[in-house]
Design a protein around this ligand. Structure first.
Ligand code: SAM
Length: 155
């Protein structure tokens, strides 16, 4: 089950990048025997600054064919980590790849949002997109740990 995070902007060497790499590496290692992963980030850059619609086109190209499309959006559904893990488990059991999309400073173009199979919110507050990458990578790792039955997710 391939997990893609399609995101706007290029993350240079930074604390965020090292956290994301660490969580995704750990998820990939632990997930291998459970049919979870590999997970990877695909970054897209709207070099000419053409705006949300141009970003959406680049993001759409990064979505693997047939993948479940999940947008990260403050207007989306707020779900618990165990529910998130259950959804990932279900998509794995259905042999689906999944693709999370994180927008840029202006958000995700409405046309791309309308195509999503699911939309997940990390609360009503707006977070910087680079932090959303970190939070999502941690939740993907956490989901893997929940499905593996380890004590990482304690409650
Ligand atoms: C700076 S935000 C853009 C906010 C913009 N006002 C909008 O309408 O989406 C950049 C991206 O981070 C993600 N994001 C920010 N806050 C979020 C939240 N609370 N839950 C989920 N994703 C969030 C979304 O993917 C968003 O497109």
């Amino acid at each position: 089950m391939k997990v893609t995070i399609a995101a706007v902007g290029r993350l240079r060497k930074s604390p965020e990048l090292s956290l994301i790499s660490d969580y995704l590496d750990r998820f990939n290692k632990a997930g291998r025997s459970m049919g979870l992963g590999p997970a990877q980030i695909v970054e897209v850059e709207d070099k000419k600054n053409l705006g949300m619609a141009a970003e959406a086109e680049l993001l759409a190209r990064a979505i693997p064919d047939g993948a479940v499309l999940i947008t990260l959006d403050e207007r989306g559904e707020v779900i618990s980590s165990p529910d998130f893990a259950k959804r990932i488990e279900r998509w794995r059991d259905e042999a689906r790849d999944i693709c999370f999309v994180i927008g840029g400073a202006d958000g995700i173009d409405p046309a791309l949002r309308a195509r999503a199979d699911a939309s997940i919110s990390f609360g009503k507050m707006v977070w910087p997109h680079m932090l959303v990458r970190v939070m999502l990578a941690e939740q993907i790792y956490r989901a893997g740990q929940i499905l593996a039955g380890t004590p990482y997710h304690r409650v």
